[in-house]
Design a protein around this ligand. Structure first.
Ligand SMILES: Nc1ncnc2c1ncn2[C@@H]1O[C@H](COP(=O)(O)OP(=O)(O)OP(=O)(O)O)[C@@H](O)[C@H]1O
Ligand SMILES: [Mg+2]
Length: 373
């Protein structure tokens, strides 16, 4: 996957950006608050994913403007493609989206077209932080490989909210247990499917990540990542998500109804699962040092890119937002080495920190982006 050009205007502070990218290395340099992350965020929008900053669409339109527009041209291993995306403050629901010049109704049509892996400083706490981050990481990774997954995961969240609401109604005597069944059946159907896909992804992640970790630790340490289900004791070899996996999930939900009503939320389910990382058999969350946490996070993101590239037979583009400055020299060169075959977009404040012999350096200033001569 190679992005050949990006245009953006009215996206936050970006103004009349129109740049051609280098097929390998692109470095975006500038002082703070000039628009470097905004540029990556604009591009990220073209992948169909939600903002990695968790922003609302409305906030992405320039504060003093009425509309934003982004265009990207890229080539995968088969053909050249274009994405044109625009929306205006006055008509947020009506987004104008063209894929290869053809008008599309729903931004979800963007999924799977432009494949990127983004790495931000927040990702460095992937192994240390809350399970929520690891579940999102897992969901994002799976949805890049299986486009229909995102819909199921979103629907699961909506049904879970309904069930939790119902639990509170029952606790206050305004409803009864029998009303839970319609939610439990749906949660079990979707939960079984989500578990199976996440579990299978984690197996691939574990094998890629442990090999990379062995390298980064010069063979001194072993990393293991396993999927920790709050529903199933054993998942290995189980694929019948409509049959036995569904049945066990449903039994778990019905079996814990009384506890759930007392707690006011659903105690078991994929929304409570986690990826457990361990180093030399010791759980990372309890025993890992800061540096080990960073290495695990780095390796998880690198593995995400590797697996995506392998499964799609085409390496994704790598977006590194301010990450290198957070890493020591050894980890910096490890990352740069490992992503050598992929197109990379890097933001930083000072390009002299980066050791590079090829590529294009862009200056970002007050929302304008220009290639350095
Ligand atoms: N909707 C918006 N309209 C106009 N400007 C905006 C909008 N949203 C954010 N900005 C501006 O964009 C700038 C931040 O851009 P960005 O986050 O890309 O900076 P950066 O170059 O990555 O900086 P840093 O090096 O600190 O990460 C800020 O000046 C902010 O005020
Ligand atoms: Mg930034």
């Amino acid at each position: 996957m190679k992005i050949t050009s990006i245009r953006a205007d009215g996206f936050r502070n970006l103004k009349e950006v129109d740049i051609a990218l280098h097929p390998k290395l692109n470095i975006f340099c500038g002082s703070n608050a000039q628009g470097k992350t905004n540029l990556l965020e604009a591009l990220w929008l073209c992948t169909g994913e939600r903002s990695f900053r968790g922003s609302k669409d409305r906030d992405m339109i320039a504060a003093d403007g009425k509309k934003l527009s982004i265009s990207a041209e890229f080539e995968d291993n088969r053909r050249v493609q274009t994405i044109d995306y625009a929306f205006s403050r006055s008509d947020m629901k009506n987004k104008k989206l063209l894929i290869n010049g053809v008008s599309m109704k729903n931004p979800s049509e963007l999924f799977g077209k432009l494949r990127c892996v983004i790495f931000t400083p927040e990702d460095l706490s992937l192994s240390k932080g809350s399970p929520d981050n690891r579940r999102s990481f897992c969901d994002q990774s799976v949805s890049q490989l299986k486009l229909s997954y995102r819909n199921v995961a979103d629907k699961y969240k909506r049904i879970l909210e309904q069930r939790n609401l119902q639990l509170k109604l029952i606790a206050s005597g305004k409803s009864d247990d029998s009303m839970l069944d319609i939610w439990d059946i749906q949660l079990a159907q979707m939960g079984a499917y989500i578990t199976m896909l996440r579990y299978n992804y984690c197996k691939k992640l574990n094998s890629t990540a442990s090999a990379l970790y062995e390298e980064i630790s010069s063979g001194a340490e072993r990393l293991d990542i396993v999927y920790n289900s709050t529903v199933y004791k054993e998942l290995e070899g189980r694929i019948d998500y409509k049959g036995d996996l569904f049945g066990e999930y449903y039994d778990k939900l019905t079996g814990s109804r009384a506890d759930d009503i007392r707690a006011g939320f659903t105690i078991h389910g994929v929304h409570r699962d986690d990826l457990l990382c361990s180093i030399n058999g010791m759980p990372a969350k309890d025993f890992a040092s800061q540096g080990q946490h960073r290495s695990i996070a780095l390796i998880m993101k690198l593995s995400q890119a590797y697996i995506l590239g392998e499964e799609m037979c085409d390496p994704p583009c790598i977006l590194l937002d301010d990450v290198l400055s957070e890493l020591d020299a050894a980890r910096q060169s490890f990352v740069m080495n490992k992503i050598k075959g992929m197109q990379v977009l890097i933001t930083c404040c000072d390009s002299s920190q980066l050791n590079h012999t090829e590529g294009t350096v862009f200056t970002v200033k007050s929302g304008r982006v220009s290639a350095e001569k």
